[in-house]
Design a protein. Structure first.
Length: 480
């Protein structure tokens, strides 16, 4: 009897030693399940939704299981638990982000096939003496797009084919670093202008309707640009420090490669001319969304349809369809659906009430602690609310009520909250811009690398916001 028990115990220990990561994942799931069972103020559907969402997050980060499989299986799981209807799965493919990505892939393939991205890449490489110059030049270019493209998704869609074209002079490790650099810089530069994100306009609209106050484009520009420059520079330095290879084998100078390719580049062809017409039209369509009423995804799909037109397009229908990654589309659709379930089952409302109750405990707290609490709530909100717009809709009204009850300046509260909400770089599902680069191809990254960056960048983001608030922002009139 004892020998049988000893053998079973030995085999169990051997199994744990053989796969310690799997054991930790299983234990983590068990602990989550036990904790959720004792949360009496959260209903069954909410517990099931929260457990499923957290489980998916853990598996995305800690395992090599395909992200699409995890998202799809967890969506099916939550339906089997009776916490959601089967329509959750069917309607997931109707999400705006899904069609935005389909259109972006097709337009990116057309841009690459036409040769226009090769020209842009050569211009960037020719002006760069080394890879570091390419890195900083690309970062500056991506950050600058925040001033005339009012969509992180649109900026990411335009940068994707350029990054794919840049692959030549860079190793695979460097390409993975670039795949994180591009979307993260795009997200960090969002705070530069009032039109940098739709959530800004939503927040200002709620501020105006609730208090009668507002924040003008100029005011936001004065407060946002210096902060954006500092945080973007810090972001680039952190990514280079953490992900860029420390010992790079001496390779041909990128500018020399560009000059070599430039000799073989012919004059503008018909396909390139079509793309040069389409891209400005896309930007105009994105900028004028409030005028014509068609959202960014619809405008992008219209552009995708144009590039696949028989005889007049840039690529054929089959080429366009082949460029769309079904794996990534399913991942995005199901991951977004999991985020919506948190809202539908009351998990977000439950979390919001708990956070607001926590804030009320700081009624007599010093100013620095109130600012810190607002930033902690808004900066970490992307961990459980995956939609940028939804975060603004959920938190801004509550924070406005909090500011009024505490006698704070509502305009300052909204600005700090919106800039805090702009941080969303921990998981691929946290932002559409990150999702565009999350795929197994040349321009891809690892979710664990993104988490490493965020663990360093998140506290720095909060610290820099605190420093700006008590120095530059107060000097320029922003005060609670």
């Amino acid at each position: 009897m004892n020998s049988t028990i000893e053998r079973k115990l030995t085999s169990t220990i051997a199994l744990i030693q053989a796969s310690p990561k799997s054991f930790v994942v299983c234990i983590t799931h068990l602990i989550m399940l036990i904790l959720l069972l004792f949360m009496n103020d959260l209903g069954y559907e909410g517990k099931a939704a929260l457990f499923t969402f957290l489980s998916a997050m853990i598996l995305w980060i800690t395992t090599k299981i395909p992200a699409g499989f995890i998202a799809l299986s967890h969506t099916m799981f939550i339906i089997l638990l009776n916490a959601a209807e089967p329509e959750l799965l069917y309607h997931s493919l109707a999400e705006e982000v899904v069609w935005l990505m389909v259109g972006s892939f097709i337009i990116g393939a057309a841009a690459k096939d036409s040769g226009i991205t090769a020209r842009w890449t050569n211009v960037l490489l020719k002006r760069s003496k080394n890879k570091s110059a390419v890195l900083y030049g690309l970062s500056s270019l991506l950050a600058a797009t925040a001033f005339f493209i009012p969509s992180t998704s649109g900026r990411a869609a335009l940068s994707l084919p350029i990054l794919q074209q840049l692959g030549g002079p860079f190793s695979k490790i460097e390409q993975k670093a670039l795949a994180i650099l591009a979307p993260v810089v795009i997200l960090m530069s969002t705070s530069a202008t009032l039109i940098g994100a739709g959530s800004h306009l939503i927040g200002i609209g709620l501020l105006e309707s609730t208090t009668g106050q507002s924040i003008s484009y100029t005011q936001w520009f004065v407060w946002g640009v210096p902060f954006t420059i500092v945080i973007t520079a810090c972001t680039v330095c952190i990514i280079v420090w953490v992900l860029w290879p420390k010992h790079i084998i001496q390779e041909e100078n990128p500018s020399q490669q560009a000059q070599a390719h430039d000799k073989a580049v012919p004059p503008l062809n018909d396909k390139e001319k079509k793309m040069l017409i389409l891209i400005p039209l896309l930007i105009i369509g994105w900028v004028t969304e409030s005028i014509h009423g068609f959202d960014i995804a619809f405008v992008t799909m219209a552009g995708a349809l144009f590039v696949m037109m028989p005889k007049y397009g840039v690529i054929g229908w089959k080429e366009g369809m082949k460029s769309v990654s079904l794996s990534l589309i399913l991942f995005v659709a199901c991951a977004t659906a999991l985020g919506h379930v948190l809202m539908d089952t009351g998990v977000i409302t439950w979390l919001e009430h708990r956070m607001m109750n926590t804030l009320q405990l700081f009624a007599e707290a010093p100013e620095w602690l109130i600012v810190l609490m607002i930033l902690l709530i808004t900066v970490t909100s992307h961990l459980y609310i995956t939609s940028h717009t939804t975060r603004a809709i959920v938190f801004i009204p509550s924070l406005l009520l909090f500011s009024e009850s505490m006698g704070l300046n509502p305009a300052a509260t909204v600005f700090l909250s919106l800039v805090g909400l702009n941080y969303c770089v921990t998981f691929p599902v946290s932002s559409k811009a990150l999702l565009l680069f999350y795929e197994e191809n040349e321009a891809s990254y690892d979710a664990r690398q993104l988490l490493r960056i965020s663990l360093i960048l998140m506290p720095i983001y909060i610290l820099i916001m605190m420093l700006f608030y008590f120095t530059y922002w107060q000097w320029t009139g922003l005060s609670l």
